[in-house]
Design a binder for this molecule. Sequence first.
Ligand SMILES: Nc1ncnc2c1ncn2[C@@H]1O[C@H](COP(=O)(O)OP(=O)(O)OP(=O)(O)O)[C@@H](O)[C@H]1O
Ligand SMILES: [Mg+2]
Length: 473
Amino acid sequence: MTKLFDRRVALSAFFTLGPAALLLLGLAAAGRVAAWLVAAALLAAVAIGLLAAALTAKATARQAQGLTLAARELRSGRRPASLLIEEHGPLHHAARELVSAAQSLLAELAALAEQRDEFEAILRGMTEAVVVTAASGEVMLLNDAARRMFALNSQTDYRGHNLVELCRDPAVQRFIGAAIAHSGPDVLSTEFDVNISGPRHLRASAAPLARNNDRKPWSVLVFHDLTQLKAYESLRTDFIANLTHEIRTPLTALRGYAETLLKGVDDVATQRRFLSIIGRQSDRLARLIDDLVELSDLERGFAPLRIQQVRPERLAEEAIELVRDRAQKAGIELQVRCDQGLPAVMADYDRMNQVMINLLDNALKYTPRGGEVVAEARNSMQAGQVGVELIVRDTGEGIPAEHLPRLTERFYRVDRARSRELGGTGLGLAIVKHIVQLHQGRVTITSQVHEGTTVTVWLPAVAGVAAAARQEA
Ligand SMILES: Nc1ncnc2c1ncn2[C@@H]1O[C@H](COP(=O)(O)OP(=O)(O)OP(=O)(O)O)[C@@H](O)[C@H]1O
Ligand SMILES: [Mg+2]
């Protein structure tokens, strides 16, 4: 580049000095000027020309070097700091153009980088799994949720892998196949069950990602995990079905006996029996509604706890006293066992008393005459946290293992007819679980058929609950 400019300077010197030299030579030939003078003038002109050429070449070289450095900096994405623009330099215009082009280019690059960052943040924050594939099914982009959904490694770069190979579930593979084959501009959308680290229900959609006309479109695949939503939906449907059933049973009895009585029953003893059934069924309905309201208040946080320091022994002993008469009538022996030096718990006494009564009520209901029911309060450390266990143990009929995980669900009963016969609504343990959870505690149930059942309520000791209560306040 420098050489090119050298030549240009030499040429311009030649074209300016050339005619002057010719003029001088002409004058010398005409004898008007002495030959030595002409030679001196020519020498001086050549020297001046060469000096000018050298100076210009140096300036040009300096600016050319500046331009080269600037181009290098531009290539690495930096604003070209080293580009000096000399007002009258030979490359003045080119440099100015370059600076302005560089500035707009850099601004555009910065805007693009910002857009890319925003896009990546959106992708990262999405709960839906997003995968972009090329027309061949090759992965071009995949967000964190997709890695989690398809149990993929969080570090591996999966670009270039075929999505069908990354996800082996047949339903997902069928969908990917359909998405790749799908050529229309509309969005392909479907729902299916999969088994990827457990059963799940997915909603998947595929939209074409148009690229340059000559290239086949890519596909944007979005997978939405609806498993939890489906579970809630089925819980809600089950709840309504159960509720309807629970209400219908006493209502049918009420209507039936009332109608019979209205038609006229002469026998007073029968009348009394019918009326007592009506009374019992009305009580049952009222209890069902009370329990439901209670449960709903607990779930929605409408039942604030009146937290105070409570001695665990008091919870065990007073609850036992409240059921003593009943146990005596049922021929069941009652026991209380409490560890020495138990720490206090921060609890709502009435609520925790309700928990103990519920558990003792179950124990008495499902333990035959001659059995034993024990209420215990024990020291217990769980996951490094000091706490207390309140235990209700019976020697009753026990619960088959397959029912244990569902016992705290609303209306869940091992033997529906039996529980109903005993006046149960199937909401007792659901209420227990909610109250205990509000106290930051846990409920566990273990049981052996024909041997008995043990329900353990773990509550954190004062320090733990006090902190939790402060947080809530
Ligand atoms: N100690 C126990 N022994 C045997 N089965 C039990 C025991 N405790 C609970 N169960 C079983 O768990 C089911 C659910 O108990 P839960 O207390 O929620 O309902 P319930 O006692 O039937 O009705 P409610 O408590 O509303 O009066 C019971 O129906 C019963 O089948
Ligand atoms: Mg119960």
